[in-house]
Design a protein around this ligand. Structure first.
Ligand SMILES: [Zn+2]
Length: 275
């Protein structure tokens, strides 16, 4: 009997059993930051841009405090397409995400997110073929030295890893398709790693992060809300252990320019909270 744990995978063309909601967002591309969006997706002045950076959704999952997962390679309709990626391109996604999280204000520490590459197989492959393929690690085929080459983040131009992938394709080597699952973990006020960035044990409220453009997003069911200073925190301050709105009395100051200022005041001001 094979006791090895069966690996998870997706089937190309299948529709996933869940929908976009408070905790799940589908994206057909892997443009993480706003600079990675190709200009042709942003150019039509009369209509909404046809593509939005993944960053907004991650920002919203962080700011809602409840976490959530963005699935790259699943279309809005829930159909699995996958994204072809070599090991170098997967490294690029991981490094690009770390780069993006460091650009948030305040920066997001690594323990608050996780990336998984889940393979996508054609419908006509057998379970045995899939499991066999899952056991093979894509890192086995590449040189560690090549993996240390720096990638070009924050750009819509091809990085060396993309050019390498095209060269491989032209030689008949087809990369595996993946769904990239980027999970933002729910805010845990008791995690000691969170205590530096939280706004004090008094409030137990998770921090709010500005994205790479200085915007703050929140998740509302399957959509995003962009908030502006200074009104957002009154509408959005919530406890991390429930859905109760928090009313903060005694702040009396409305001209916070940045969340940092707000947290500074929240951490040092004698406030009263009603939950
Ligand atoms: Zn790269």
């Amino acid at each position: 009997m094979n006791l090895q744990k069966l690996k998870r995978y997706y089937t190309c063309g299948a529709v996933v059993q869940f929908e976009e909601d408070m905790y799940n967002e589908f994206k057909g591309h892997r443009n993480l930051s706003v600079e990675e969006l190709p200009p042709w997706t942003q150019e039509n002045k009369n209509e909404r841009a046809s593509r939005r950076a993944v960053s907004r959704s991650l920002n919203a999952f962080l700011n809602t405090g409840k976490g959530g997962t963005v699935y790259l390679g699943i279309l809005d309709s829930g159909v699995v397409r996958g994204i072809k990626m070599t090991q170098f391109q997967m490294d690029h996604v991981v490094g690009g995400l770390d780069d993006l999280m460091q650009r948030y204000s305040p920066p997001v520490t690594k323990h608050r997110y996780r990336v998984k590459f889940v393979p996508v197989f054609p419908e006509d492959t057998t379970e045995e073929q899939r499991q066999k393929r899952c056991q093979k690690e894509s890192v086995d085929n590449v040189d560690i030295k090549d993996r240390l080459r720096p990638h070009q983040y924050r750009s819509h131009n091809f990085c060396w890893c993309d050019k390498d992938s095209i060269a491989q394709f032209n030689c008949g080597l087809i990369a595996t398709d993946y769904v990239v699952e980027i999970k933002i973990k729910p805010w845990d006020p008791n995690d000691v790693r969170n205590q530096d960035v939280a706004c004090g044990s008094l409030a137990k409220v998770h921090p709010y992060h500005e994205d790479e453009e200085g915007n703050v997003y929140f998740r509302r069911q399957a959509s995003l809300i962009k908030s502006t200073w200074p009104g957002w925190y009154f509408n959005n301050a919530r406890t991390t252990d429930g859905d109760h709105d928090i009313f903060i009395e005694g702040l009396g100051v409305y001209n916070f320019e940045k969340p940092k200022d707000f947290f500074y005041i929240l951490g040092s001001f004698p406030i009263q909270m009603y939950i």
